[in-house]
Structure formats: C-alpha cells, structure tokens
Design a protein around this ligand. Structure first.
Ligand code: AIR
Length: 202
C-alpha cells in the first residue's frame, strides 16, 4: 500500500522542494542560477549563489532520474498485528502530503527481506524509515544496520509485552555506538511521522 494510491501525483515546484529535489527546471525562468558576478562585468571572481551540487552534470542527471512520485517514508512493522498503531503514522504523513509506503516484515521471521528492503531504500528514493515492533523489537536496529537513512523506531505494546512495552523501548533505544536509531514513545507512531516530516524538511 502506498499513499500515492489515493493521492494524485504532485509535481509542483513546492512539492519538489518539500521532498528535497531541485532539478534545473525549478530555477527561476528556467535559466541558470544567479551569480554574484551578474551586473559587475570584469568584477571579482564569480561566486555562484547556486549550490555547487547543481552544476555537477552527473549529480543533476541523477536528481532528474528520481521519481518525484516515489514514497519518501517507508513505514515497516514486525507483524500485521502492529498495523492498527502504525497506521497512525501513515495518517499523519497523508495529512502532510508526504508520500509513504507500508510494509510488514519481521527482523526475526524474515531477516533477508528486512535486509534487502533496507539496503535498497535509499536508492528507491526513501528519505526516512519508520520501523515499529513489539517484544524483542530488533526491526529498527536491523534496518539501521543495512541503510544510512535515518531510522525512527516505534516501540509497540502487545499482550505479551513486559513492563508496558519497556522490552521494546530498550531493544530499540539501546543500539551499539555507530548504529543510531531514534526512539519515540511507546505506541507513538504519530510522533514518528512528525519527526520524519521534520527530517525531510530540515
Ligand atoms: N515481532 C515480530 N518479529 C519480531 C518481533 N519482535 C513482534 C511484532 C509484534 C509482536 O512481535 O512486531 O509486535 C507479536 O507479533 P505476532 O505476529 O505474534 O502478533
């Protein structure tokens, strides 16, 4: 399921800017970006006001290849039984017009699926992964082990949770140095979505 299923494609400059894609056509009038040298013939060496990135043809062609309708946030969870809570994240992103996708994958039951998804996430255009799981909640950490994208973990409660979900909190927050996972509160999927939106817009 992706949010794009019920949403018309948005290709406006504002939309592109919100997802962090600034292809050449977004420059004013389609012209090359402004320069501090303009209006000063023979003046000081040119200082471009456009980030150097935009002048690199290779990077620019890669940016133009990015599908602006691709999901920007991946919402994953360890079980279908997590769906009700995790849909709060989807709803929040939907309201903010941020394209997202939802997948069920267990770090323990389908470790290869989680690894493949995480390894391909950046290349597919995702900017943030929100991962929710209960009990021994390895999913956010395993995602983070396989991607350089920011991962936000959502500790979830289940009928078998220990200490109201403290088991999941510790599993998500207590990551080893070098493999960070942001951890929101127990069942706080909406907060995870708001944080994801802030990361994308930062
Ligand atoms: N879980 C699934 N694989 C690994 C973990 N930690 C979690 C799910 C769910 C809980 O186990 O995220 O919160 C119970 O899953 P189920 O499928 O038995 O309902």
């Amino acid at each position: 399921m992706t949010s794009s299923e019920g949403t018309s494609p948005v290709r406006s400059p504002a939309r592109l800017a919100r997802v962090g894609v600034y292809p050449r056509r977004l420059r004013l009038g389609g012209q090359p970006g402004p320069s501090a040298r303009e209006g000063r013939p023979g003046g000081a060496p040119e200082i471009s006001l456009v980030p150097k990135l935009m002048d690199d043809p290779e990077v620019e062609s890669q940016l133009e290849d990015i599908d602006v309708d691709a999901p920007r946030v991946g919402i994953v969870m360890g079980s279908k039984s997590d769906m009700e809570v995790m849909q709060q994240a989807a709803r929040e992103l939907e309201e903010r017009g941020i394209l997202h996708e939802i997948r069920v994958m267990s770090a323990h039951r389908e470790p290869d699926v989680v690894a493949d998804y995480s390894r391909n996430a950046h290349m597919r255009g995702l900017r943030v992964i929100i991962a929710g799981a209960g009990l021994s909640a390895a999913l956010p950490g395993v995602c983070a082990a396989h991607t350089d994208l920011p991962v936000i973990g959502v500790p979830l409660t289940t009928p078998n949770s220990v200490a109201g979900g403290l088991d999941s909190v510790l599993a998500i927050a207590q990551m080893p140095p070098g493999v960070p996972v942001a951890c929101v509160g127990v069942n706080s999927a909406r907060n995870a979505a708001i944080l994801a939106a802030r990361i994308i817009q930062a």
